[in-house]
Design a protein around this ligand. Sequence first.
Ligand SMILES: Cc1cc2nc3c(=O)[nH]c(=O)nc-3n(C[C@H](O)[C@H](O)[C@H](O)COP(=O)(O)OP(=O)(O)OC[C@H]3O[C@@H](n4cnc5c(N)ncnc54)[C@H](O)[C@@H]3O)c2cc1C
Length: 403
Amino acid sequence: MKHLLIIGGGPAGTFAAIAARKQDPSADVTLLTDEACEPYEKPPLSKAVLLGKVLPADALIAGPGGVARHGVRLELSARCAAVHRGDREVVLQDGRRLHYDALIIATGSLPREVPQLPAGRPRVHYLRTESDAQSLKTALRESRNLLVIGGGLIGLEVAASAAELGVRTTVLEVAPRILSRVCDEETAADLHAAHRQRGVEILVNTTLRSAESMTDGRIVVVTGAGERFIADIVVVGAGIRPNDALAAAAGLATDDGVLVDKQCRTSDAAILAAGDVVRFPGPRGRVRLENWGHALDQGTVAGRNAAGAHDAYVMVPSFWSEQFDLYIQGVGWPVPEASRVRRPLNGKRAMILEVSDGLLTYAMGINAQRDLAAARRLIERRVPVNPAALADPAQPLAGMLKR
Ligand SMILES: Cc1cc2nc3c(=O)[nH]c(=O)nc-3n(C[C@H](O)[C@H](O)[C@H](O)COP(=O)(O)OP(=O)(O)OC[C@H]3O[C@@H](n4cnc5c(N)ncnc54)[C@H](O)[C@@H]3O)c2cc1C
């Protein structure tokens, strides 16, 4: 490989760049990001950054100057406007044209916009980038009440941070319960109760009819049932969509994400893709994942393969979230027909495990990091499990690995 170009300075692009250089130390690698700062971690944006505990600059993916130390050329504020596959060129918004021998698309995802609350309207916040987080952090300090649209992970993390800052917070969720795409009903009910106990009001089954700015700048939101809420600021956490327009415009196969094979190759053999932007072959058909660990691992595989390897991306997915003093984790592939076991844990801890064909397929826990680490190994190694033993907290999960 002569020149590898990577579009996108999130974890997928950054780990792809570093992995390519490790795979082939002679590789000429350029990482392009449209952001003005070195690649940073997004998970703290809705938590420690809003709480003022860290700055995005304190959470750089490869540390200060770390990308360059790996021998990768990093171009900041370099927005890619088009990919010309025939000439193997990327056209930047400033008019420059960059040749590639191999290209990795790692453009991530974009927040789904709610039409009644367009991005850019004063006092309406979407949260994806460090600059979004900085402006929300400032706004929260000037607000007494916040309305969050969406009871998914980002919405609930923002709600928890705002409540900790003393901002009265209400969450409107359209589904019958929070976190319907993320966890089982019991865990969702536990988390709902935890928010309520800490002063966050969550309304489920609640649609949005209208949202208007009042003369004093505040926003009045009317629900489908006619209830009115007046908010100093509104945060929209209505999910994300893959940022695949660049790939689609270049004629690559896309369908709710860039389609890739197990080796992260797109429909063009010279172009790979990784992270939030792709749909890849999972155990039960193509899937799109939206979490840090996936972006890191898949980016690493894409980088290695662009530099000459032929690795398959096979992994056990996992995610985490932090809300108040609750550390929420999930690991594995949920299987619809799996049977569910609750492992009673003490205090603010909880764990749900799913078993299918005698194997652990999915585990979800609150403040159960050690058990989740053992569950991950049980899933990865396909260790046969006994549901009664899983439900018995006296039997350590780590002990089941040794049998
Ligand atoms: C607020 C927040 C909190 C989160 N918390 C968690 C968490 O607790 N746990 C967890 O597992 N996951 C969390 N996530 C999800 C996780 O951060 C993402 O899954 C991950 O960042 C995806 O990585 P990526 O590299 O695919 O895309 P991204 O991180 O989105 O990076 C894509 C990059 O490409 C750049 N780009 C896009 N288009 C172009 C272009 N045309 N030219 C140049 N550059 C371009 C973008 O600006 C961006 O820098 C969180 C996400 C957010 C936003």
